[in-house]
Ligand binder design. Structure first.
Ligand code: NAP
Ligand code: ZN
Length: 352
């Protein structure tokens, strides 16, 4: 099979820094779209994968699943987009398209296993997929999204993961006017959760550990900010929320947040993956019919719906543009919660 050799940035081991490398992309087939990548957002999942935090990373690993660019070539059966159009790719580049989940536009829960934009099984090469920290990507048109023309391209990139991962639970739990929503953690996902919940008409509270993010939380649209380390402030919101979206990337005590749910409220974990520590106390859950749930990114139709909603409501991410060559430093800053509120790589820097 013919391949394209493209420049990328990736790592060869969990403890090695990311550096420039070359990777192979497949040639464009009938239903494929080739995209020149202009911007790629930096998600905490990129760092988890590069450093093998979840186990299972295959090296070399090229992260990046918040991709925005321009269509440079299309296969002969492609209908969705044409050369020169703006295009986006999120966390998914494949799924079986036949199972119950796929038939219901829930490709992220494909029963055959969804194919992640990076570190997923690549049925074309027989190897694994490489993400958006690169010059170009070739993707089946089903998994390519259209970008609303009024949105800034760089600031749109984070919608492809941070946006859809918070939009999907907001929609699933039917958030709208009058809903009381709380968001835990003000990072990439957290700041998008505030903007989207506000856009849907909810009353939004931010829980943050970081007192100096209070002003930003309010400016981003939160109606209230609670410093989660302050027990008096935490007590003041007991029994208040219909839905809490918890974006914290590492193990933490979720019991204090469960206490802030209303009767029948739900706390959705989207950040931390793994066993809870300390244990989850079932008493408030049983006495208040509360739920603790999880949610994974979103399907392709839902991602397009979110992008169109953002187009109509002028919602984009608050970003700091970085050069590809600064990615290792950006990861260190992300570990210190020093991102306001998403790094986006200007991919032109890879050509320099
Ligand atoms: P991020 O930008 O680094 O933000 C995480 C925020 O969590 C931080 O800004 C901080 O906010 C808070 N935080 C960090 N460490 C904490 C700690 N030890 N205790 C309490 N709070 C802490 O990360 P992100 O890109 O938003 O990603 C968040 C998580 O979601 C990652 O684990 C990522 O892998 C995961 N993720 C999941 C999905 C999914 O489909 N479910 C999709 C994408 C990403 P404050 O300073 O305000 O406390
Ligand atoms: Zn992500």
């Amino acid at each position: 099979m013919e391949t394209l050799n493209v420049k990328a940035y990736g790592t060869k081991a969990a403890d090695a820094p990311l550096k420039q490398m070359n990777i192979e992309r497949r040639e464009v087939t009938a239903k494929d779209i080739e995209i020149e990548i202009l911007y790629c957002g930096v998600c905490h999942s990129d760092l988890h994968t590069a450093r093998n935090d979840w186990g299972g990373t295959i090296y070399p690993a090229v992260p990046g699943h918040e991709i925005v660019g321009k269509v440079t070539r299309v296969g002969k059966e492609v209908k969705k987009l044409k050369v020169g159009d703006s295009a986006a790719v999120g966390c998914l580049v494949g799924s079986c398209r036949e199972c119950d989940s796929c038939k219901h536009d829930l490709e992220q829960y494909c029963q055959g296993g969804m194919i992640g934009t990076y570190n997923g099984p690549d049925k074309h090469s027989g190897g694994h997929t490489f993400g958006g920290y690169s010059e170009k990507i070739v993707v089946d048109e089903h998994f390519v999204l259209k970008v609303p023309s009024n949105l800034d391209l760089a600031a749109t990139a984070p919608l492809l993961c941070a946006g859809i991962t918070t939009w999907s639970p907001l929609k699933h739990w039917k958030v709208g006017k009058g809903s009381k929503v709380a968001v835990v953690g003000l990072g990439g996902l957290g700041h998008m959760a505030i903007k989207l919940a506000k856009g849907l008409g909810a009353d939004v509270t931010l829980f943050s550990r970081t007192p100096d993010k209070k002003k930003d939380g309010l400016e981003l649209g939160a109606d209230k900010v609670i410093i989660s380390t302050d027990t008096i402030q935490m007590y003041s919101v007991r029994g208040k929320f219909d839905l809490i979206i918890d974006t914290v990337p590492c193990v933490h005590d979720i019991n204090p947040y469960v206490s802030t749910l209303k009767l029948s409220g739900t706390l959705v974990l989207v950040g931390y993956l793994g066993p809870l520590d300390p244990f989850l106390n079932s008493v408030p859950m049983i006495l208040g019919r509360k739920s603790v749930a999880g949610s994974l990114i979103g399907g392709i139709a839902e991602t397009q719906e979110m992008l169109d909603f953002c187009g109509k409501n002028n919602i984009v991410s608050d970003i700091e543009i970085i050069s590809m060559h600064d990615i290792n430093e950006a990861y260190e800053r992300m570990l210190k919660s020093d991102v306001r509120y998403r790094f986006v790589i200007d991919m032109a820097s890879l050509k320099k």
